[in-house]
Ligand binder design. Structure first.
Ligand code: C2E
Ligand code: CA
Ligand code: CA
Length: 554
């Protein structure tokens, strides 16, 4: 009897006992047989027979390349570092073709630090080294393969809101830690079936394959809901906690594009159309491309306008409710466009806010307001404070000393400049904004909360903010003589402001009835077309010079 021969059953049992993962594939790459170790390594719960290697492993090159060249001399192995899609385990995989049986033997073991640097380099090429998720290249490759294999599917692109600001304010180490926390939450909530990648910055992506468009859309809808949901608990950043959210864009295979490249671009376009106050998930529509193109054109033109000094400031007087004397101005930016004429900030400020242009624009506005003050002073006019509107990005992106440099340059006192920040912008970024506002306040600047009443701030939050002025939003002023609700809201805001010793400004006052009610409520300052419209600097200067001629009653 030949003792070297063992029965097939015993052989399989012995192979199940070895630590290395082993499997045999037919010449088309379908698994014929797999041992227990490889099932564990791949995180497979079912038998692997009939599965394809490419569905189980992910690598920087298609796993099929391991099987492509059957002419390699027998006994010579091909090697690859790959990630088991289900378990996420990093594996070193080798294949060997056996011409006699026309089969491949595949051996896999966990990839450890003992493996050579060369192989690590291959692994790094597929991974994002901050989050250990797939990187963009690996994602696009897997997506291309999935588009080829499946009828329907969706690409989901999820952008961490304000990520670049967080990076700037708290530093890159905190930014990276946040990305890891986000990656961890998304990965653990998504299960093993959904592959998540980080594309760059705070931008993540995933795709879903399905049998039909309906199924794909339903799954993508559920997935984006889940992604928003996992972000709900606060994140810890720099020892404090912050609310962090995603904006999500979704693109459908074959409907919105055919290649991985097109689909990713479509999903990213959809992300850009998420606006403050809009739905946080947007599905790609072709109209978004035109909108995006318009956005880029406006941005480019605006950049030029800032460089070429084609912006101008108009000044709207604020009057005392007691005697209607001018107690300040609000500076409002205008764009004198060569073909379109005077463009309102409602059109271009949101474009600037979505790009870093708002920082340049804000810097120009502040400097111009100081220059104007210096000009009025040179004309011998009695100066009043000028309020400038600032966006939080502008405050957060530069040191206070840089922000305030124009004051020094033109020798303007701190109490002649006021900063207006909208309530909603402030509340969206409360912990960060508080930090910056505190330092602004410490420098002696006056801070005003704009559009107050629209941003849902709590009294508690307000008390913590070192502010001086509340500007009651125009919508309440507009309705004060028509709606009991608006009347009551104004009364509440006034009572609250009084307990906190804040000054109250009512904006958008258009009628005498509104003005009388506001005066009766105890509002300190009024601003609106009833008194003055915004006007160029020279007209504002003339008005300042003749300010004594104001009527003191209605
Ligand atoms: P805002 O800060 O709430 O400015 C008040 C807006 O109401 C101005 O519109 C002003 O012209 C308008 N207004 C004033 N009185 C009345 C009135 O009695 N009735 C009506 N219907 N409207 C009145 P504008 O100049 O078009 O500015 C729109 C917004 O653009 C501003 O709203 C502000 O949020 C933003 N903005 C303006 N200038 C700047 C700037 O320099 N930087 C930044 N970041 N934002 C700016
Ligand atoms: Ca304002
Ligand atoms: Ca306002």
């Amino acid at each position: 009897m030949n003792t070297n021969v063992i029965s097939p059953d015993t052989g399989e049992r012995l192979l199940d006992m070895i630590k290395d993962g082993a499997m045999v594939l037919d010449r088309a790459g379908t698994i014929i047989w797999a041992n227990r170790a490889i099932r564990d390594l791949l995180g497979a719960t079912d038998a692997l027979r009939g599965c394809r290697l490419g569905d189980l492993l992910m690598a920087s090159v298609p796993t099929e390349t391991l099987l492509a060249d059957r002419s390699a001399p027998s006994g010579r192995s091909k090697w690859l570092v790959a990630t088991a899609i289900r378990s996420g385990t990093e594996l070193l995989v080798s294949t060997q073709y056996r011409p006699q049986t026309e089969e491949f033997t595949v051996v896999a073991r966990p990839f450890t630090s003992a493996v050579s640097n060369f192989d690590r380099v291959i692994s790094f090429a597929t991974r994002d080294d901050v989050t250990q998720l797939m990187n963009r290249d690996a994602f696009e490759e897997r997506l291309s393969a999935a588009i080829e294999r499946n009828e329907a599917g969706c690409v989901i692109c999820a952008d961490v809101d304000q990520f670049s600001t967080i990076n700037e304010v708290y530093g890159h180490a905190e930014g990276d830690a946040l990305l890891r926390a986000v990656a961890h939450r998304t990965r653990s909530s998504m299960g093993v079936d959904l592959q998540v990648a980080r594309l760059y910055g705070g931008r993540f992506a995933a795709f879903i394959a399905a049998d039909s468009d309906e199924a794909a859309q339903r799954l993508a809808g559920e997935t984006s809901e889940r992604l928003h949901h996992v972000m709900l608990p606060l994140f810890s950043i720099c020892g404090g906690v912050q609310p962090i959210s995603f904006s999500i864009g979704v693109a459908r295979w074959r409907v919105d594009g055919v290649s991985a490249d097109d689909l990713l671009a479509a999903a990213e376009t959809a992300v850009h159309s998420v606006r403050a106050g809009s739905d946080k998930t947007r599905w790609f529509e072709s109209a978004m491309l035109a909108e995006r193109r318009r956005f880029f054109e406006t941005e480019a033109e605006l950049r030029l306008a800032i460089e070429q000094n084609a912006l101008t400031l108009h000044y709207q007087p604020k009057v005392s409710a007691a005697d209607l004397s001018i107690v300040g101005f609000e500076a409002l930016v205008r764009w004198n466009h060569p073909t379109k004429g005077m463009i309102s900030p409602g059109f271009f400020v949101p474009v600037a806010e979505q790009s870093n242009l708002i920082i340049d624009l804000g810097r120009w506005v502040l400097r111009e307001a100081c220059r104007q003050q210096a000009e009025w002073r040179a004309q011998g006019l009695k100066l009043v404070p000028v309020a400038v509107n600032v966006s939080p990005q502008q405050l957060l992106s530069q040191p206070i000393s840089v922000l305030l440099a124009p004051l020094t340059e033109y020798g303007i006192d701190l109490d002649l400049l006021e900063i207006e920040i909208t309530e909603s912008a402030m509340m969206d970024r409360l912990p960060m904004a508080t930090k910056v506002i505190e330092s602004l306040r410490q420098s002696g600047l006056h801070i005003s909360i704009d559009d107050f009443g629209t941003g849902h701030s709590s009294l508690g939050n307000l008390r913590r903010l070192p502010i001086d002025v509340l500007k009651i939003d125009r919508s309440f002023v507009e309705d004060i003589d028509r709606s009991q609700e608006a009347y009551d809201i104004v009364a509440t805001i006034v009572a609250m402001a009084k307990t906190m010793s804040l000054n109250l400004v009512a904006e958008g006052v258009e009628t005498i009835e509104q003005a009388k009610l506001l005066q009766a409520h105890g509002v300190d300052v009024m601003q609106g077309y009833l008194f003055h419209k915004p006007m160029p600097g020279d007209a504002a200067g003339r008005l300042l010079g003749s300010a004594t001629g104001q009527a003191d009653t209605f």
